[in-house]
Structures are given as structure tokens and as C-alpha cells.
Ligand binder design. Structure first.
Ligand code: ZN
Length: 291
């Protein structure tokens, strides 16, 4: 399976219950993201969990727009973010203090020291919505479960794994009580208990049908269509120019004097953008001529 692209997410539900699930498994889309920088393996793994998580969220929170998860803190990891748009384009990045040793097993709570997780929903047309979760757990799964209980008030469980080649996730959620059917409580307990037995190599190595069969061979499961995901960056010349303009006239002028133009490399995809004085003429104003 290592050589075949498998970047898929699939929804499923258990017959006669109100429990639904999602399973994601990504390889080349994930590899595209981590190869942009020289990440130490523990960070590749952590970033992979974030990528799997955004893919799951993308399918749960259905909006026409961009969804992102961003972790920020004061530890050796300053930022970790992943994003997915409505066309299943994924991108992500981590920034860390390269002078410090990266622990083999990363605890989110430790590496982000007093940090938080922001989940942002940015519809194409409409109000941006942001949910903030204080990071009190060691894992992203714990933080996400906390987010779901806060924002959707639905019992939800998340399992995530990544190994530098593949990343994957499994999600279970019990839908609102008024719709629930008899025996639901037991079913939820049973399904989450069985999912808790999932091993990393199963989450990363088995195709969805096989994984679900291994966990739930006694249950009736309905599988929905798979969706393909891919690496994709939403940067553009205009968006980059907006970011450059936010530096302010004075700083833009200084860079132009020193370097002749303002060069920006997209950190997500390495695309190079360059802006000359002529490009920025309108924002710099007349008195700002540097040459
Ligand atoms: Zn880009």
C-alpha cells in the first residue's frame, strides 16, 4: 500500500443506532505537506495527526469555505496549523525552536506550554466562527474531544496516528438524544470500547473496510462514498500582496531600499512571490519613491 496513493475519507454509520463515524487515511497528501521543511520525525508525526484531524473535521463540519486547526503556545513549538478547503485541499505547517531538542513523544500540553487550539470556520460568504480550546491534554485527540463536547455537545471520540509516511484517523459520534433509539447507550459504549482497541499499525495500514471489519465484524455497518483529498495550497499573488501591505508603508519602503524588491516564499508550498516598487505604487503613495 506504501506506493499507492490513498488519500481518502469515508463516512459510515451503524445500522439501527445513531452512531456515525468517519475514517481517514492519507499518504501522499500528507507526505507533500511534511516534505516542505526538515521536520524532526516526532514533529512529522504530530503534524500528521493535525492533518488527519482537519480531514475528519472537514467532513463533519460541512461548510462552503475553509476550515483550520491552529495550535499556538509558548513552548518550543510556537505554531502548528492545518487547513482544508471545500475541495479537500489540505495544507499544514509547524514552526518550532530549532535550537531545542525535540522529544521522541510529544505532549501537546508540554510543547505548547499554556497554549490553545483554535478551530476556525471561514465560510466563503459569511461570518468567520472560531472555537477555542485550552490545551489541557497531552494529545490532539483529547483536545478535539473537548472541542466537540463544547461546541456540538455531542459525545464524540477521536483516534489519530501518523508515522511520517501515512496519517490516519477514526472518529465516532453519537447524534442528538431526541433522535436516539433504544439500546443506543449500550451501542455507543460498545463501539467506542472496540475502537479504543485499534492499534497504530491498523489505523495506518488497513483500508477502511478492512479496519471496520476487524473492529466491528458483528455489527451492521453502512459505508458511504469515499472522498479523495489532496495537498493543495490556497496562496495567491493577491493574498501574498495583502500580507505584504499589512507590513505598513515604512517597512515596505525599508525593504525596497535594502533589497530592491520584496520577496515572499509561501511557507506551505514554497511558491515564490516578488513585488517591486511599481507593484506597490498604489499603496506606497507618491512621497514614498525609493529610487
Ligand atoms: Zn502556497
Amino acid at each position: 500500500m506504501n506506493n499507492v496513493s490513498i488519500n481518502e475519507i469515508q463516512r459510515f454509520s451503524f445500522d439501527d443506532t445513531n452512531v456515525r463515524g468517519e475514517r481517514v487515511l492519507l499518504n501522499s497528501a500528507y507526505q507533500e505537506i511534511i516534505k516542505r521543511k526538515e521536520y524532526p520525525l516526532p514533529l512529522e508525526k504530530l503534524l500528521g495527526e493535525f492533518v488527519a484531524a482537519i480531514a475528519l473535521l472537514r467532513d463533519i463540519i460541512k461548510i462552503d469555505g475553509v476550515l483550520s486547526i491552529q495550535a499556538k503556545g509558548n513552548g518550543f513549538l510556537s505554531t502548528l496549523m492545518t487547513e482544508c478547503d471545500e475541495h479537500q485541499n489540505l495544507r499544514g505547517i509547524a514552526q518550532w525552536d530549532e535550537n531545542q531538542n525535540v522529544p521522541d513523544v510529544i505532549s501537546l500540553k508540554d510543547v505548547l506550554a499554556g497554549g490553545y487550539l483554535a478551530i476556525t470556520i471561514q465560510p466563503r460568504n459569511g461570518q468567520r466562527y472560531q472555537g477555542i480550546v485550552e490545551i489541557i491534554g497531552d494529545t490532539l485527540s483529547e483536545c478535539l474531544e473537548q472541542y466537540f463536547s463544547q461546541s456540538e455537545q455531542l459525545p464524540s471520540r477521536v483516534w489519530l496516528a501518523a508515522n511520517g509516511a501515512q496519517c490516519g484517523g477514526l472518529f465516532l459520534q453519537r447524534l442528538p438524544h431526541e433522535q436516539s433509539k433504544e439500546g443506543d447507550e449500550d451501542a455507543w459504549e460498545r463501539f467506542t470500547h472496540l475502537a479504543s482497541t485499534v492499534k497504530e499499525e491498523e489505523l495506518l495500514g488497513l483500508e477502511t473496510e478492512e479496519l471496520l471489519h476487524r473492529l466491528y465484524h458483528e455489527e451492521e455497518i453502512r459505508l458511504y462514498d469515499t472522498k479523495t483529498m489532496q495537498f493543495g495550497c490556497s496562496c495567491s499573488r493577491q493574498r501574498t500582496m495583502d500580507a505584504v501591505m499589512s507590513l505598513g508603508q515604512e517597512e515596505m519602503r525599508e525593504i525596497l531600499i535594502e533589497q530592491g524588491s520584496i520577496k515572499v516564499d509561501c511557507q506551505f508550498c514554497a511558491e515564490k512571490y516578488e513585488f517591486t516598487e511599481a507593484d506597490l505604487e498604489d499603496v506606497l503613495g507618491d512621497q514614498a519613491k525609493v529610487h
